[in-house]
Design a protein around this ligand. Sequence first.
Ligand code: RRO
Length: 311
Amino acid sequence: MPSTQTQIAGFSFDNCLMNAAGVHCMTIAELDEVKGSAAGTFVTKTATLEARAGNPEPRYQDVPLGSINSMGLPNQGLDYYLDYLLDLQEKEPNRTFFLSLVGMSPEDTHTILHKVEESGFKGLTELNLSCPNVPGKPQIAYDFETTERILTEVFAYFKKPLGIKLPPYFDIVHFDQAAAIFNQFPLRFVNCINSIGNGLYIEDETVVIRPKNGFGGIGGQYVKPTALANVHAFYQRLKPEIQIIGTGGVLTGRDAFEHILCGASMVQVGTTLHKEGVAAFERITKELEEIMVAKGYQNLDDFRGKLGYIG
Ligand code: RRO
């Protein structure tokens, strides 16, 4: 049997599949379910300093080719997730988990990251620079000046392993500019991609989610080509110490295989997990293993980043 084991920032994971932040990770009950599944680890719902109710419902809708959401960062607040993770560290010291977070302002982000730095948390931290759904707050990572400033400030005091969650970029010049910024910092990973921001889905004559008159982040099958392009663009441009987590459009083992071929060291499942539940991890893992057997690959290193080009 081939191995789908992987490593991020020197931590080992038995499987390269996990949830995408926002899906099946708001409560301890949901996190425990992902933890007990075939997933290699989990990431928490992006935490803010204080708990948030988020946007009015309906705010998430599965649609035939994916999903649309404008959740608006509902979460239980940093302490809820941090306390749970600290507790888990005692109970399962051999496993590593991800904490996702962002402040409602740069000041808040620093307060949160200082708390994590000063806590006993030994896992991986993901700073979400790409929430598309808080009215009046643009996605941080589309503003390169602000992104560079925040990362400069953060790395002055934050010494634990840190990565960032990115929105999709759509222009080669933006890949170049973003990578030039990220390469200046001791980031351990970038996660590509968050949902494609501000799509619109219509049924009959009406939108399907309430917030922002129906505008919301798009996930699922719609986004795979964009996700793969972002994974590969950053794999080509980032220094080797910055690993890639691939997220977007993973329905099957073939989709996970393509993310790894583009350079991903870990693959996250969002919309499919929402539609299918945690059984998706076992199914997708089996499908990935079957592809590896058919191709004679023993482990992910045998094909990671080895995307073929024509000519
Ligand atoms: O909570 C959300 O509305 C949300 C977030 Br923070 C995010 O990063 N991505 C997304 O699609 N929704």
